[in-house]
Design a protein around this ligand. Structure first.
Ligand code: EZ4
Ligand code: CO
Length: 439
């Protein structure tokens, strides 16, 4: 599915919206600007991505955003094409906050990952337009540089401790100062973060040939017995200098997470990521009562209000929303400001299953806020970089963005057509007794 949005409403209707006539004004002596088209591009250059291209009345001026929601790409694309594009045509693309509020609250049925990902795609495209029009990279519009680059981390996955150690060493040789470590758990088939087929790869890439979800096995007992031993091993082999972290991927019960964090304490993790399911914010208190292992949480959050309870009680140390699933920059800068007030740092989600514009946005925010913590990153395959160019670059342990107006990313629509959508799901998980388990 590649193409312009089908519009439900005539474009002319937009200029006469009551109460909004005064909203569309020219500024800085520039002629007034209007959104003339919204194109939704679904493409699979290595994996599925949804790209939003917002085109304006100024010849050649457009913005590119990413609206990829792994496993639900077509729901977001349809929302954008059928429900959101008709609302955007004729609007002033420079009114970024107003459009964000209008789409978020104006739908009445607000929130949720599908709508918030669609909103993120639009938001990124609008910030891109604003930057291009101003002749500035987005980080300049957000207040300017606070640091030279964004300290970042990669993943080290292994079938056993020695393989994880090799992977960490490999990352360190490339210049990484922070590394996430995951290991296969004896007796558990699959297990988040480690697959027998693509161990070194991003887990979200794995999809069986039939395009249906795989089923992995998880048991908290073996998991919690193995992981502290992995970190004991890594510290013995690698010393204390390298920063290590681990993703529990929302799989533990509150008291399990408290014990787990406590048992990991001697190995001085940079942080323990996503220990609990996103529904149970109050349960983070239990972890805090038992451990000083720093805690990060938030890749499954969709709104600012998901973050409030954890931040205001200082129940976490790092907030790691996915900019692609919380309405992008317009919301992320508020999350960051809220976090700043409570000495919580940011660690935005940065996996392979969100596109280059979101990764660029991560870094634009990272390098313009005071309370940045760390940035998860990926190296995009060449094919992805050709279709959606401009991802931030890795330089000696840090991510940097190109100093060009806007986000610095683009989409090659012609090339995108050569890689049509392929059905793919994230893996699922079950317990040994066959019951559903969080993956
Ligand atoms: O499982 O992006 O920290 N990174 C992660 C990712 C997520 C995937 C889900 O689509 O947890 O690997
Ligand atoms: Co994670």
């Amino acid at each position: 599915m590649v193409g312009a949005a089908t519009l439900a409403q005539p474009i002319a209707a937009q200029s006469t919206i009551r109460g909004e006539a005064s909203m569309s004004t020219s500024s800085r002596g520039l002629p007034s600007l209007k959104i003339t088209d919204v194109r939704v591009i679904v493409t699979c250059p290595g994996r599925n991505y949804v790209v939003v291209k917002v085109i304006t009345s100024e010849p050649g001026l457009y913005g590119v955003g990413d609206a990829t929601l792994n496993g639900r790409e077509l729901a977001v694309a349809t929302t954008l094409e059928k429900h959101i594009a008709p609302l955007l045509i004729g609007r002033d693309p420079e009114a970024v906050e107003d459009i964000w509020q209008y789409l978020y609250r104006g739908s009445y049925w607000r929130g949720g990952p599908v709508q918030m990902t669609a909103l993120a795609g639009v938001d990124l495209a609008l910030w891109d337009i604003k930057g291009k029009r101003a002749g500035m990279p987005v980080y300049q519009l957000l207040g300017g540089r606070t640091r030279r680059g964004a300290l970042c981390y990669t993943h080290a996955n292994g079938a056993d401790f020695a393989e994880v150690e090799d992977q960490v060493r490999h990352a360190m040789e490339r210049g990484f100062k922070v590394v996430r470590a995951q290991v296969a758990i004896p007796g558990l088939e699959g297990t988040y973060g480690v697959s027998s087929s693509t161990r070194a790869g991003e887990p979200a890439l794995q999809t069986p040939a039939n395009g249906l979800p795989s089923t992995e096995l998880f048991e908290p007992g073996p998991y919690m017995r193995t992981v502290p031993k992995l970190f004991a091993y890594l510290r013995t082999k690698l010393g204390d200098e390298i920063e290590l972290l681990h993703d529990a991927h929302e799989r533990l019960a509150p008291v399990e997470a408290a014990r787990f964090a406590k048992e990991l304490e001697p190995y001085h993790l940079f942080y323990l990521e996503d220990p609990l399911r996103p529904e149970y914010k109050e349960s983070f208190r239990l972890i805090r009562e038992h451990s000083t292992t720093p805690i990060a949480m938030g890749e499954l959050f969709n709104t600012l209000w998901d973050c409030v309870p954890l931040i205001k009680e200082q129940l976490i140390d790092y907030i790691r929303c996915d900019l692609g699933h919380i309405g992008a920059i317009t919301n992320a800068r508020k999350v960051a400001a809220l976090a700043e007030a409570f000495q919580v740092k940011t660690a935005w989600h940065g996996p392979a299953d969100i596109g280059p514009p979101t990764h660029a946005a991560n870094v634009h925010v990272d390098i313009s806020i005071p309370n940045f913590g760390v940035q998860e990153m990926v190296f995009f395959p060449e094919i992805t970089q050709e279709v959606i160019p401009g991802a931030p670059e890795f330089k000696d342990g840090y991510m940097v963005v190109r100093d060009v107006p806007g986000l610095g990313t683009d989409v090659n629509e012609e090339l995108a057509k050569k890689y049509p959508y392929q059905r793919a799901y994230l893996p699922t998980a079950r317990r040994r007794d066959g019951s559903v388990q969080d993956w």
